[in-house]
Design a protein around this ligand. Structure first.
Ligand code: TNX
Length: 544
């Protein structure tokens, strides 16, 4: 069985299975690969109980005829036939080369790549192959005999996590980063500020945090960014303004202009404050520019997400003035901007990127739970959603595709869990105004087509999942909503359009629940998936 998610570009049969056993030698040809190969060794031991022997190059390695694993940088290898990715790279102007080949034959497993990131992707595939294969009776592991050629379809493959409505510790976020790396995502987009809380040190009048809100120190964020970077994940920070900024107004009352904070009920059962920051108030940018400068310094990412969503009640001219200032300021810090799709209404140049989210499913007329009092302004914003995408396409603004209908993980699950003890959680967690969706329905989409008529791959920057945490109380509820649907977005971001049907994906998923259980992660045991596959894999091997 070959249960790798996302499915590789091409998989062909290899010559005979490789037997992986205690002490199998693994060797690499370039010092730049050392941390990647070392991490692979730790992960494979943690997941299979088998400990390979790491033999750095030039130490008489690979002596004898024993089967071994070799990782090498070989830019002129068979990977040259693979196409470059579509879209925008989160880490650099020129996308790093993630292509790799992996051949598993009787005597040798060889991973080849053009640069270190390709080795990480290739070894992740090998790790999944090993971790989803049961051990043989003699304690060895028969690695499927395959020749894999692989490259991502899209350059940007992200997950946005709302750490405002519910706080997640750096340790929680490191587990999310591990999960992203396991599924070949390359962006963790952190939604750091909103109406309910301001989760960063920058902008606080006193750094001591005397307003009792839990927040990340710059040191926390620097460490997280470094942890992510080692795993080829870029953290893109989001400072959400001009709306969703009530928490900043509470911290900095000088930003109150007497009319920019309103209390309203926007969605059934979820009272929200709505605020907009006033570009005509001198205090606004003296605070915000400082915040952005500090954030640009903390995060090495190429992009800062400036938010820009749901500026209900803000005069359009002020919205445009505000967003233009912010993006010009971020540019002056040598960073690129990304914003939610509404931001294209203020700034539609190709050096900006937008994240498309308002798909029909949100507050769509099809929702039986549509609150009767939907604000006319909200309705108007939704009505403009199609225009946002057309404007971006016409002006060459790259689009990260994140439709609520398929890429939002706070949509409640429709089908029952195979585990009756999960039913209460399933019914409680997730935003109730979304129509419920099965895991299969969430999987049924194509990122280019999701942009509608006239869209082509040239309009797409990449793919992004998102999870909002209004109904999520803790880390186990977070992973319950992320898993298994996160793997579906991984498939759409990495795999070719028709690379995997739901049936393929569902079959592979059956072998992945075990990996999450190994990591102690709660996941939704959808009744549509046979989670009992490979039951003889030892799930007691735990994180060390
Ligand atoms: C809209 S999705 C938001 C979030 C909320 C979500 C659900 C987006 C860009 N903005 O602030 O969490 O609706 O209420």
């Amino acid at each position: 069985m070959f249960d790798v998610i996302p499915s590789p570009f091409r998989v062909a049969p290899g010559a005979g299975p490789f037997r992986f056993r205690q002490g199998t030698q693994i060797n690499y040809g370039d010092p730049a690969l050392a941390p990647i190969v070392e991490r692979f060794c730790r992960d494979v031991t943690r997941r299979t109980g088998i400990r390979p022997e790491l033999v750095p190059d030039g130490r008489g390695a690979l002596a004898g005829l024993a089967p071994c694993i070799r990782v090498e940088i070989a830019p002129d290898s068979e990977i040259v036939v693979l196409p470059p990715p579509i879209g925008v790279s989160p880490s650099a102007d020129l996308a790093p080369d993630e292509r790799y080949s992996l051949s598993c034959d009787r005597d040798r497993i060889v991973v080849r790549c053009a640069e270190a990131i390709g080795a990480a992707r290739g070894l992740t595939t090998l790790l999944q192959m090993m971790a989803t294969t049961p051990l043989d009776a003699d304690g060895t592991l028969t690695v499927p005999a395959v020749r894999v050629l692989d490259a991502p379809r899209f350059a940007w493959r992200g997950l946005s996590v709302d750490v405002v409505r519910t706080f997640f510790s750096p340790a929680d976020l490191r587990q999310i980063i591990d999960l992203l790396a396991l599924y070949k995502f390359n962006v963790l987009h952190l939604h750091l500020t909103d109406d309910q809380a301001w989760r960063i040190a920058a902008g606080r009048p006193s750094r001591r945090g005397d307003d009792a809100t839990t927040f990340y120190t710059n040191e926390d964020l620097r460490e997280l960014a470094a942890y992510a970077r080692e795993r080829f994940v870029t953290i893109v920070p989001e400072i959400d303004t001009p709306a969703h900024a009530s928490a900043l107004l509470r911290l900095r009352p000088e930003l109150d202009n007497g009319r920019n904070m309103t209390s309203r009920e926007l969605v059934a059962g979820l009272p929200r404050n709505s605020t907009w920051l006033d570009p005509d108030l001198p205090a606004t940018f003296s605070v915000l520019d400082e915040v952005l400068e500090e954030i640009a310094d903390v995060f090495p990412s190429r992009f800062i997400n400036i938010g820009g969503d749901e500026a209900f009640g803000m005069p359009e001219t002020l919205y445009i003035k505000f967003v233009r200032h912010v993006r010009a300021y971020v540019h002056s810090l040598h960073k690129r901007t990304i914003g939610w799709q509404e931001s294209v209404r203020a700034y539609a140049e190709p050096d900006h990127a937008i994240q498309y989210w308002i798909s029909g499913a949100r507050l769509g007329t099809s929702s039986p739970l549509l609150p009767v009092n939907v604000d006319a302004l909200v309705a108007a914003s939704i009505a403009r959603a199609r225009g946002d995408i057309e404007c971006a396409m016409a002006r060459g603004v790259p689009i990260i595709v994140s439709p609520v209908s398929h890429a939002y993980f706070d949509v409640p699950y429709a089908e029952p869990s195979a585990d009756p003890t999960q039913e209460r959680m399933r019914q409680r967690v997730g935003l109730q105004f979304h129509p419920v969706r099965t895991v299969a329905q969430s999987f049924d989409w194509e990122p280019v087509n999701a942009l509608g008529l006239g869209a082509g791959p040239e309009h797409v920057a990449g793919v992004g999942g998102a999870i909002w945490t209004e109904t999520i109380k803790d880390f186990s509820e977070l992973t319950f909503m992320l898993l298994p649907r996160l793997t579906g977005v991984a498939q759409k971001g990495w795999g070719d359009a028709d690379a995997a049907t739901w049936d393929d994906h569902r079959r592979r998923l059956g072998a992945h629940g075990r990996l999450w259980a190994q990591d102690g992660l709660t996941y939704f045991k959808s009744s549509a998936v046979d989670w009992a596959r490979h039951t003889n894999v030892d799930t007691t091997v735990r994180r060390t």
